[in-house]
Design a protein around this ligand. Structure first.
Ligand SMILES: C[S@@+](CC[C@H](N)C(=O)[O-])C[C@H]1O[C@@H](n2cnc3c(N)ncnc32)[C@H](O)[C@@H]1O
Length: 412
C-alpha cells in the first residue's frame, strides 16, 4: 500500500516548511508556534503507517484509565510532591499504599506518552506535563471526563439500538439525550447538582481550563480599550456612569474567573460588574468572593433581572445547548437589553467551513454527546441570532482557527 513516507519529496517539503517556522518562531513570530504544532503532526502522520496510526487511536483511551487510577490512589500527587529529582515505584507504593506492580505498569504507559519521565528501571520523575495536570482544575478535568463521560460512550450503542439513533438536538421535547440515558435519566446539570464532588471538579475545571493555553483573553479579542470608553457623551462607545449602571454581566460565569479578571484589568471603567450562575455555584463563590464583583443567583431560563447593562457575556454557553434552548436562554437577556446601549457577547468557536482543528472538531463532538450542544459555523451563528432579533456587529477573532472568537451582537 502506497503511503506518504514512501514519497521523500513530501517529507522533505514538510521539513522545509517546519524549518522556516522554527526560524520564524526564533525571530519572535508567535503564530509560528501554532503552525509548527500543526506541521509536526502532519509530518508524523506522513511517516506513520496506517496500522501504527490506528493502533494509537484505538488504545488512546487507556492513557485516561492510567491517569485516573493513579490520581485516585494518590500516586500522581505523590509523584509531583516527592518525585524530584527521582522516585522509585517502590517508594511510590510505600507512600500511597498502592500496589507496586499496578503502579509500574501504569507508569510505564504514561512515560511512553510523555506524561512523566522515566529515569531508570522503575524510577521516574514528574515533567512539566505532570505538574500541569496535577493542578486542582486539571485533576478536576481528568475526573470529570473519566468519571462522567466514559459511561455515555459505554452505553452509546445500546442507546442507538433503542431506536433513538443519534439525534442532533436531543434536548428538544420528546427526546432523551445519551447523557440522560446513561445517567439514570438525569440531565448533565442535574448530575452535577446532586454530586458535590463532581460539581466541584467541574467548576474548578471550568475556571482553570484556559490556563497555559496561550490563547488570548476575550477582552484582548474584543478590544475593550477601544469599544468601552470611560467618559460620558454622545459617543456610541461612552459608558454610563450612574451608581446603578451595570457595565458587565457574566451570565453563567461559573466561579467568576472571567468577570474577576475583567474587573482587575479595567478598574478605571465605570459601572457594576455582576456574576450570575446557579445557586450552588454562587454559594461556592461566596466562600471567597472576588473583589468588585456582585454575585447573583440566576437561572437563565427565567427573565433576566439585570436590565440595560452595557455587556451581557455568555462564554461557552451557546455551545452547551440546541438552537431551541439557546433561543429560550438568550431571549430572556435580549428582553432586558437596551436597544442602543447594550451589547451581547458570545465567546465560542466559529467553525471554519473547511480545516477545523482537532480541538474545535473534538469540542463539537464532545458537546453532541455530553449535552445536546454544538459548535457553530458562522452561517449557523448568523441564522440563530437573526432568529432572535439580533444583528451581529462584528466577529472578533485573532484569525487562528484553533482559537475561539467573540461574537458581538445588538438588538436589530
Ligand atoms: C460550560 S460552563 C461555562 C462557565 C463559564 N462561562 C466559562 O466559560 O468558564 C456552563 C455554566 O452554565 C451554568 N448553568 C447551567 N445551567 C444553568 C442555568 N439554568 N442557569 C444559569 N446557569 C446555568 C453552569 O453552572 C456553568 O457554570
Amino acid at each position: 500500500m502506497q503511503q506518504d513516507s514512501d514519497d521523500p519529496t513530501k517529507l522533505e517539503s514538510l521539513l522545509e516548511i517546519i524549518q522556516k517556522d522554527v526560524k520564524a518562531l526564533k525571530a519572535g513570530d508567535l503564530a509560528a508556534r501554532t503552525r509548527l504544532v500543526d506541521r509536526i503532526a502532519q509530518l508524523q502522520r506522513a511517516v506513520e503507517t496506517p496500522a501504527e496510526r490506528t493502533f494509537k487511536m484505538r488504545f488512546a483511551f487507556l492513557q485516561q484509565f492510567a491517569i485516573r487510577i493513579l490520581i485516585e490512589n494518590g500516586t500522581f500527587t505523590t509523584l509531583c510532591a516527592k518525585g524530584d529529582p527521582k522516585i522509585t515505584t517502590e517508594e511510590l507504593s510505600q507512600a500511597t499504599g498502592g500496589n507496586k506492580l499496578l503502579i509500574e505498569r501504569l507508569m510505564r504507559l504514561l512515560a511512553a506518552v510523555g506524561v512523566i519521565d522515566e529515569i531508570a528501571e522503575n524510577t521516574y520523575k514528574p515533567n512539566a506535563v505532570t505538574h500541569f495536570m496535577n493542578q486542582p482544575g486539571f485533576i478536576g478535568a481528568e475526573k470529570h471526563h473519566f468519571d462522567l463521560h466514559t459511561s455515555v460512550g459505554v452505553r452509546m450503542i445500546e442507546y442507538m439500538r433503542t431506536g433513538a439513533g443519534v439525534e442532533q438536538f436531543n434536548d428538544e421535547p420528546g427526546k432523551q439525550p445519551p447523557w440522560e440515558y446513561s445517567h439514570n435519566g438525569k440531565s448533565f446539570w442535574k448530575s452535577l447538582e446532586e454530586d458535590p464532588e463532581c460539581k466541584q471538579d467541574f467548576d474548578l475545571y471550568m475556571a482553570a481550563r484556559r490556563q497555559g493555553d496561550l490563547v488570548p483573553e476575550w477582552f484582548q479579542l474584543y478590544p475593550v480599550g477601544q469599544e468601552l470608553v470611560p467618559t460620558t457623551g454622545n459617543n456610541v462607545r461612552s459608558l454610563k456612569t450612574g451608581k446603578d449602571d451595570v457595565l458587565f454581566v457574566d451570565v453563567a460565569g461559573g466561579l467568576g474567573h472571567d468577570v474577576t479578571k475583567f474587573r482587575a484589568y479595567f478598574p478605571q471603567l465605570p459601572g457594576r460588574c455582576v456574576l450570575q450562575d446557579l445557586p450552588k455555584t454562587i454559594a461556592q463563590v461566596r466562600k471567597n468572593p472576588p473583589q468588585g464583583v456582585e454575585l447573583m443567583e440566576y437561572d437563565f431560563f427565567t427573565p433576566q433581572p439585570v436590565k440595560g447593562a452595557r455587556i451581557y457575556f455568555f462564554r461557552n454557553i451557546a455551545h452547551d445547548w440546541s438552537d431551541l434552548r439557546c433561543s429560550e436562554i438568550f431571549s430572556h437577556t435580549i428582553a432586558a437589553m437596551d436597544k442602543e446601549y447594550s451589547r451581547i457577547l458570545f465567546e465560542d468557536f466559529v467553525l471554519p467551513s473547511t480545516g477545523a482543528t482537532y480541538r474545535s472538531a473534538s469540542m463539537d463532538v464532545h458537546m453532541l454527546f455530553s449535552l445536546a450542544g454544538i459548535e457553530r459555523t458562522e452561517g449557523h451563528w448568523r441564522e440563530l441570532l437573526r432568529g432572535l432579533g439580533l444583528e451581529i456587529v462584528k466577529i472578533w477573532s485573532d484569525g487562528i482557527v484553533e482559537h475561539e472568537a467573540v461574537i458581538e451582537a445588538r438588538k436589530a
